[in-house]
Design a protein around this ligand. Sequence first.
Ligand SMILES: Nc1ncnc2c1ncn2[C@@H]1O[C@H](COP(=O)(O)OP(=O)(O)OP(=O)(O)O)[C@@H](O)[C@H]1O
Ligand SMILES: [Mg+2]
Length: 292
Amino acid sequence: MTEPLRRRTTPHELRAEALRLAYDGAPVIDGLDLELPDGRITAIVGANGCGKSTLLRGLSRLLKPRSGVVLLDGAAVHSRPAREVATVIGILPQQATAPEGITVADLVGRGRYPHQGWFRRWTSTDDDVVRQALEATATADLAQRRVEELSGGQRQRVWIAMALAQDPDVLLLDEPTTFLDLAHQLDVLDLLHEQNRTRHTTVAMVLHDLNMAARYADHLVVMAAGHVLATGSPERVLTAGLVREAFGLTARIVPDPVTGSPMVIPVGRSQARQPTPRDADGPARAAVQQAT
Ligand SMILES: Nc1ncnc2c1ncn2[C@@H]1O[C@H](COP(=O)(O)OP(=O)(O)OP(=O)(O)O)[C@@H](O)[C@H]1O
Ligand SMILES: [Mg+2]
């Protein structure tokens, strides 16, 4: 099999400085500074409505800042042509809508558009990249189906295939695992991890599952009310205090028995109980960090 996907060699710097993003009214994001570590996986987490999707739109050039700037390799993305930015940055929006009647193969093929041009026509490399993207997301057998006939999870995987077909150096994904069953969630996260480790694609994704974020991300960005609350490795950032601050949620943090990464065990109001002496027994329990 041919290997059309190149291994990335040029580093990219994507950073926001004093970013202010708004729709009609008051700013949703205000004075935000952020840098996505090149070649790493970043997970962006935070409560509903805190501005995660808005931030991704700003970073990907879809939403123009009211003030501040998003810099890609030192140049403001909003003053560069869309196609040029799209060859470097790919985005999977939270609510992507497909043109009516389009087939899966055609939609995934549209991922190749940024690479086309006046003199650059569709080639066998494009065919190979699209086929690989379909295979990687287990959607090859859906290729001739219409996107609107698919289940929510199938459709989500097709959008991920399109993002992969775009073959960007920086891939921004807004809740890529929503609608997916647990096995497909892991498939998608493993796929993104593979993409990152083999091709050095910089991945930044919004995730609601803190445990998956802790497992897969090298770097965590925790947002609250339009600003960045904390950044750093999941091990350093994910504490009971932080979970309380970001989500208003009481939780205990224990080591994930599979990976050792922090695992957030939420304590609902109906399950809250005082810890008993037996909770201190056993190696896993000894590591339980009490929520305070
Ligand atoms: N198109 C829009 N027009 C006006 N306000 C918007 C628009 N999109 C989002 N907002 C507002 O901006 C704020 C942040 O929304 P955003 O979608 O960025 O949150 P989020 O963190 O992605 O939330 P979720 O976890 O629910 O996806 C919310 O108050 C929302 O109502
Ligand atoms: Mg969102």
